[in-house]
Design a protein around this ligand. Sequence first.
Ligand code: ZN
Length: 86
Amino acid sequence: MVQLSVPTAPPALCEWTRGKLSAYLDGDLHRGARAQIDSHLRLCRACRVHYITLRNVVALLGDRRSMPLPVGFSQRLRERVQQSVR
Ligand SMILES: [Zn+2]
């Protein structure tokens, strides 16, 4: 049986981390929460992928010159992200 080299994190912590990622990106978290997410992202590859994806999306959305967004885009995006978290 093959074991992942990444230490497995408790799912509750993954859920907590993913729920905080957008606030984390916005710099809206206090220092303790940021530190906890920093360390979790180092340990947990799945959450790191979520983080990188979200960060890329935010970077794209932030550059409005390059891409006019269709109506309802952010709502659909949020639903998509929430589905992938489950
Ligand atoms: Zn995780």
